[in-house]
Every structure is written in structure tokens, then in C-alpha cells.
Ligand binder design. Structure first.
Ligand code: FMN
Length: 211
């Protein structure tokens, strides 16, 4: 059974992002997958300080240990698939979620624990900026070599007041199709496990242009 961890980056625990993630979780359940939704957007999360501690840490943990980041990052490591959900704040990821993502993903940047896991993202928006938020969320997944299914429409749901996205029928269909695509990808990966080798991690060739 695929274990999915869905991360709610909204400060409004029961808002539209939660609603979008719940639609995906319900659909995943229909296909036999188990989803846990964790809320990070309502926590007090410090931004990344760029200190580099995590890179040298065996467990790839952050030096700041008094918020949820390290604990949720461990859960992400155990999951088969990860969904990132964020409301759109000024055409991008909501601030607390950005702080969370920088710190949870940075130690996994190269050959880290999230490699080859299945991923999906969802953003909610009142009107404009959903594409930007979605693309920003996806960057974390590509930078850690996660596998993200693509569909014909990007996963954005529309609504302002809590729960309004439940009226976005097209968005609901997109959420469900994404969930289905995640399950298909997982089953394909499992079926191929002993037949096709996953791409191997390589040492990081780092070219910095200012020396
Ligand atoms: C600080 C802030 C900034 C926002 N920026 C945008 C924006 O750039 N574009 C937009 O269409 N909606 C914007 N919104 C509206 C939210 O994206 C929208 O209400 C969303 O449904 C909230 O999701 P939630 O219920 O999960 O918190 C903003 C809301 C807040 C509080």
C-alpha cells in the first residue's frame, strides 16, 4: 500500500488547501493508498539561515530543533509519496510554508532521502498566481529528484473563503486525476522494482561561477 504524506502549508488549517488535499486523500484512499495530512502552515517556523549544518548532519537534520521541520522531514523520508499544498500569497508560496520547504528540502538537495519518491503539488488561489505557486512548489521536487506525474492541467484550485474550492468542479477533477496518476506511477515503480534499475545517485559536480 502506498503511504502518502500531504503537507498543508496554509495558516488556515481547515481552509481551501486542506480541502484540496482532502479531495486527493479521498481519491487516493479509493485506490488503496493511505494518506496522512500534516499542518505546517500554522506553526511558527524560522527561515533557513544558510548555516550548512544540515549538509554535515548524518540524519540531514536542521540546526533549529524547536519547530516541526525536522520531525515532519522524518515523516517525509518514510513516505512513498509526498504532496505539497500551499495557498497563493502574493503570487507565490505562503511565507511559513516557504520557510518549511527551504529547511526540509535543502539537506536532501543532492542524493538525499527524497530521491525517486513520487510527488505532487497543489495550490489554491482566489484569482491570479496559482501557476507561480505551483511551479515554485514543483522546484523543490525536481531539485531532490522526485518523480512528479504530469497532467494536461496544472493543479490549481480556486476559492477565497474557507471551503469555496468545493465549488470548483474542474479543480476537483484535476485533483482526482492527479491522485490516480500518483497511484499508477507507484504501481508501475513497484512492478518494475526487480526488473528496471532506478537511476543511481551521483557525486555532486558543483560549478560555482564566483570563486
Ligand atoms: C497574505 C495573502 C496574500 C494573498 N495573495 C493572493 C494572490 O496573490 N492572488 C490571489 O488570487 N489570491 C491571494 N490570496 C487569497 C488566497 O490565496 C485564497 O483566499 C486561498 O483560498 C487561501 O487558501 P487557504 O484557505 O488554504 O488559506 C491571498 C491571501 C492572503 C491572506
Amino acid at each position: 500500500m502506498m503511504r502518502v504524506l500531504a503537507i498543508n502549508g496554509s495558516p488556515r488549517v481547515d481552509g481551501n488547501t486542506f480541502c484540496a488535499l482532502s479531495i486527493m486523500a479521498d481519491e487516493l484512499k479509493k485506490h488503496g493508498a493511505d494518506t496522512e495530512i500534516v499542518h505546517v502552515g500554522n506553526d511558527l517556523i524560522h527561515g533557513c539561515m544558510g548555516c550548512g549544518y544540515c549538509a554535515g548532519s548524518e540524519e540531514k537534520q536542521c540546526v533549529i530543533k524547536d519547530d516541526c521541520v525536522n520531525q515532519v522531514a522524518l515523516k517525509m523520508r518514510e513516505a512513498d509519496a509526498i504532496i505539497l499544498g500551499s495557498p497563493t500569497y502574493y503570487f507565490g508560496i505562503a511565507g511559513t510554508m516557504k520557510c518549511f520547504l527551504d529547511r526540509a528540502f535543502f539537506p536532501n538537495y543532492w542524493g538525499g532521502h527524497f530521491r525517486n519518491k513520487i510527488g505532487a503539488v497543489v495550490s489554491v488561489v482566489r484569482r491570479t498566481g496559482g501557476i507561480e505557486t505551483t511551479n515554485q512548489l514543483r522546484v523543490y521536487m525536481s531539485a531532490t529528484e522526485m518523480i512528479v506525474p504530469q497532467l494536461q492541467y496544472i493543479p490549481v484550485m480556486y476559492g477565497r473563503a474557507k471551503g469555496e474550492v468545493a465549488q470548483d468542479e474542474e479543480g476537483i477533477q484535476i485533483m482526482k486525476r492527479h491522485a490516480e496518476a500518483m497511484v499508477w506511477l507507484y504501481k508501475t515503480k513497484e512492478a518494475a522494482k526487480d526488473i528496471v534499475e532506478l537511476p543511481k545517485a551521483e557525486p555532486f559536480v558543483r560549478t560555482n561561477f564566483i570563486r
